[in-house]
Design a protein around this ligand. Structure first.
Ligand code: UTP
Length: 294
């Protein structure tokens, strides 16, 4: 029988060097996209995909993430006394949304190492991994799309996206075979994967994006791999190790992904999300139109 996925791990202990100086004393995951921190988008995606528990892997200087998902008594009291009921319910919703557990990664030793830190809290269950700087706008939440594949095949599933050749070396890239399952040519069985290949060595244009459903055997696989460059333990190496024993699928998800951990990607997401907002969209569009005429 296939185990159900109840938990999602959010690695949030990286240094965020691409976003310095903003991330010198502030976690990248707390950067606001319009008015919500990046990590809240990921948590909302997990909740609407049916996840019940969130495990956040944090590091030094990340306490604002814990505060964000905690109850803020002073703020709630103030809003209550000023009869700001809408704001009050919005603030309460964040702490009521889901159960959150935290585990520390003392040193940023790589994504694989961060995922391994959640081993005790995850236990022997399949689980999701969400990298919250990958923001995905879609009709069906991306994690839900992966869970649907997992619930059918009962094995690990990665989110895949086509990436132009000149950008491929920033990603983990898969060598994969299309699964003809009557769907719309989005499902692949993975043969191999390469972390950050040179464009001419890339086995395809399909890159791994920050959403995963993993079976618990991944922990043994991560433990078995040697640290790579910079002493970092890569999740891709753990996945490659697991692939020797178990099938892994990849789904070219439906939706648009923004790399909000990168300055340009963050700006694009900010503009597009603001334009979609009922309370801001029209005024912001007018402003942009005026700006273009100048
Ligand atoms: P990134 O590759 O974006 O690295 O990590 P980073 O350190 O956060 O940012 P840059 O590249 O220096 O700008 C992908 C995800 O993995 C987490 C990050 O927090 C991010 O969510 N991560 C990475 C960890 O939790 N621990 C690590 O040791 C490395």
């Amino acid at each position: 029988m296939i185990g159900r996925v109840h938990k999602a791990v959010f690695p949030a202990a990286g240094l965020g060097t691409r976003f310095l100086p903003a991330t010198k004393a502030q976690p990248k995951e707390m950067l606001p996209l319009v008015d919500k921190p990046l990590i809240q988008y990921g948590v909302e995606e997990a909740v609407s995909s049916g996840i019940q528990t969130i495990i956040i892997v944090t590091g030094r200087g990340k306490s604002s993430i814990e505060d964000h998902f905690d109850v803020s008594f002073e703020l709630e009291q103030l809003l209550e006394s000023k009869k700001k009921t809408e704001m009050l319910s919005m603030v309460r919703l964040i702490s009521d949304m889901i159960d959150v557990a935290y585990v520390r990664q003392k040193e940023a030793l790589g994504l694989g190492h961060a995922v391994l830190r959640s081993k005790e809290l995850v236990g022997a269950e399949p689980f999701a991994v969400v990298l919250s700087d990958d923001i995905i706008a879609s009709q069906t939440p991306c994690l839900r799309q992966l869970l649907d594949v997992y619930e059918f095949y009962g094995t690990s599933v990665l989110a895949l996206m086509e990436v132009p050749g000149d950008q491929i070396s920033a990603y983990g890239v898969v060598d994969a075979e299309l699964v003809l399952n009557g769907s719309d040519n989005r499902l692949f069985r993975i043969r191999n994967m390469v972390e950050k290949p040179r464009p001419r060595d890339a086995p395809s244009n399909l890159a791994i994006i920050g959403r995963y459903i993993l079976t618990p055997q991944i922990f043994e696989s991560i433990e078995a791999v040697e640290p790579g460059s910079g002493g970092e333990i890569q999740l891709t190496d753990g996945l490659k190790h697991m692939l020797r024993e178990r099938p892994i699928y990849g789904l070219k998800f439906e939706g648009k992904r923004y790399d909000a951990g990168d300055k340009l990607g963050f700006l694009k997401a900010t503009v597009e999300f603001a334009l979609e907002r009922p309370d801001l969209g029209r005024a912001f569009r007018e402003y942009l139109n005026d700006l273009c005429k100048q």
